[in-house]
Design a protein around this ligand. Structure first.
Ligand code: ADP
Ligand code: ZN
Length: 599
């Protein structure tokens, strides 16, 4: 983890250097520009137009003419004037002849013709080029800052010696025990070869972001004490066509040089999505994927390289990737359960100062559905909150605040809320809470608040004590009703609706969609799964009528839920009004206070 930080720092440093360089350049250009403008200005006062010059010559007013060979700029001294003036002449030759004519006519004109020094010529030339040079340099810097220059470094995939061990990975005991054989193999490949054993060359780690896929890959490298080469799938396909495949080649070349080692490809779905016969970006993608397949097939039996790849969407991958000899082993990494969360919290609490009464088990109970990365983040946020509040150590309260900050956003004390908004939010949240209290699966309310956090004007928080592996249809249906309770309350109590419910409605619509197209929970359509993201033609296959039916089902489900929420509120108007009143007064109420109000 420290290595990551350092890398990040390095990157930040680079960016700062580029920024400073760019600013210096900009200033330089500015200075040059100002200089040139001032030059042209001072010229203005002391210049004389060519026509005027000719006139002065005609009127015999010229005392002295000074010119340089090869330059069209001439200096003239006009009778009765203090300063010399400069003029640009279209043709020096013609001008010299004109002056010499005048001299022949008997005018006293001093004509000086100077040789130009080579130095001055070169300087003039360079000076005229300066702005162009500066602009080119600035352009290059800008490109670098945009990361185009950086990509050169990516050719050299990141190689690190990982110090992370299995002990740094909490939970995931089964996964770790599966990985032990890979560690063994990396440490002592000969033993396996002699036995005639085949070790998987490619392992696919599947799981949501932040579940520790990278961490476990690093831990394998750390345990086996081999280098860890990592690259992200998206890096292969960025920017230039045809580069992806060559990057894959270089990556494996490098790995072969330093084997035994681990190659880690993050977001492999970026290159490994199903091959298509399309054009442009897709063909590019196909080339990269083909190269990856070639490289994995081309492993010598003696080469001790293990390729680990991470993805959140294994179903998107091209089947060819999953064939024997390639990524033929899949390890699913689930979100941590209650015990896993406690273990993860313990690991990340190690390097932090915690108050003795902090109960990590309790925190684990409050964070169902959180990933390892989110849990790590919460403890970090808690440390920041504790520092700002000048606590000696991190308190339970700090951690709970951190959870709220991460889930609903930061409390915004500074925002001034109008009474009208406050009333609206109070009825909206009260609506969620009262509707929830009448639904068996939703009634465990932890806190109701109308203090704005993040983008939310208020929130109703539920207790999440147990880890559920399955969610029932009833629960999902009731969740829909609870979500729409906010909008229903606005309508019933204030006879007006607001934009405050937009997120509720978005979430509700997603749930309804999932129920019907993912979990087969519609009575009408039966158990069927339609994933148009996976296969855009799936709905076409099922026919237009079926598509219409799906849409109708989703709509009916949402309409019914909204109606149900309105009905519940209509039957509990007194509670709704009472709770909204308490919220306007107190702004936040706890579970106990809530029970008190609705008793
Ligand atoms: P992924 O690669 O799955 O997106 P990462 O491995 O990058 O997730 O996890 C990000 C961070 O989250 C890790 O660096 C670590 O701090 C923390 N983390 C995730 N899972 C665990 C775990 N099981 N044990 C300890 N820390 C974890
Ligand atoms: Zn709401």
């Amino acid at each position: 983890m420290n290595e990551d930080n350092n890398k990040q720092k390095d990157k930040n440093n680079y960016n700062i250097y580029y920024l400073i360089a760019a600013i210096v350049l900009l200033l330089a250009i500015l200075v040059v520009a100002v200089f040139m403008i001032s030059q042209s200005k001072s010229k203005d006062e002391n210049t004389i137009a060519y026509t005027d010059l000719i006139k002065q010559v005609d009127e015999n007013n010229i005392e002295k003419v000074e010119m340089k060979v090869g330059s069209t700029t001439v200096k003239v001294k006009i009778k009765g004037e203090e300063k010399e003036k400069t003029a640009i002449v279209p043709s020096t030759q013609a001008f010299v002849e004109l002056i010499q004519d005048k001299k022949l006519q008997g005018n006293q004109i001093e004509l000086i013709q100077k040789e130009r020094s080579v130095f001055v010529t070169i300087f003039d030339y360079l000076f005229s080029l300066l702005p162009t040079i500066l602009i080119v340099i600035l352009f290059v810097f800008l490109l670098k800052m945009q990361g185009l220059g950086d990509k050169g470094k990516v050719y050299d995939a990141e190689t690190t010696k990982s110090k992370i061990k299995f002990d740094d990975v909490a939970g995931l005991d089964e996964e770790k025990s599966e990985m032990i054989e890979i560690v063994d193999f990396l440490k002592n490949p000969k033993k396996f070869y002699e036995m005639g054993a085949k070790i998987p060359r490619g392992v696919l780690l599947c799981g949501k972001p932040g579940t520790g896929k990278t961490l476990i890959a690093k831990a394998i490298a750390g345990e086996a004490n081999v280098p860890f080469i990592s690259m992200s799938g998206s890096e292969f396909i960025e920017m230039f066509a045809g580069l992806g495949a060559s990057r894959v080649r270089k990556l494996f070349e490098k790995a072969k040089k330093i084997a035994p080692c681990i190659i880690f490809i993050d977001e492999i779905d970026a290159i490994g999505s199903r091959r298509t016969s399309g054009s442009g970006a897709e063909t590019e993608n196909n080339q990269t994927l083909n190269q990856l397949l070639v490289e994995m097939d081309g492993f010598d039996t003696e080469e001790t390289i293990i390729v680990l790849a991470a993805t959140n969407r294994p179903e998107m991958l091209d089947k060819a990737l999953l064939r024997p000899g390639r990524f033929d082993r899949q390890i699913n990494i689930a979100l941590p359960d209650m015990h896993g969360r406690e273990e993860i919290l313990k690991i990340h609490a190690k390097d932090k100062k915690l108050e003795d009464d902090v109960d990590l088990k309790d925190i684990a109970g409050d964070t169902a559905g959180f990933s390892g990365a989110e849990l790590a983040n919460i403890l970090n946020e808690a440390a920041i909150i504790a520092t700002i509040k000048r606590h000696e150590k991190i308190t339970q309260d700090d951690i709970e605040n951190a959870i709220k900050k991460v889930t609903v956003g930061l409390e915004r004390q500074s925002r001034v809320i109008s009474d009208k908004d406050k009333k609206l939010t109070a009825f909206h949240e009260a609506g969620h809470a009262i509707v929830s209290s009448q639904l068996e699966t939703q009634k465990d309310i932890k806190e109701v608040s109308i203090i704005p956090r993040g983008i939310a004007g208020g929130y109703t928080m539920y207790k999440t004590n147990e880890d559920k592996y399955y969610i029932s249809k009833t629960e999902m249906e009731e969740k829909l009703v609870a979500l729409l309770g906010g909008r229903a309350a606005e309508k019933i109590a204030l006879n007006d609706i607001s934009t405050g419910a937009s997120n509720d409605i978005e979430v509700a619509t997603q749930i309804a969609k999932d129920m019907i197209t993912k979990y087969g929970m519609s009575d009408n359509l039966g158990p069927i799964s339609i994933d148009t993201e996976k296969d855009p033609y799936e709905l076409q296959l099922l026919g237009e009528k079926f598509g219409d039916a799906v849409g109708a089902e989703i709509k009916i489900m949402l309409d019914n839920s909204y109606l149900k929420a309105q009905t519940i509120l209509a039957n509990n108007m007194d509670k709704l009004n009472k709770l909204a009143g308490v919220l306007i007064e107190k702004e936040v109420i706890s579970a106990e206070e809530f029970q008190e109000v609705i008793k």
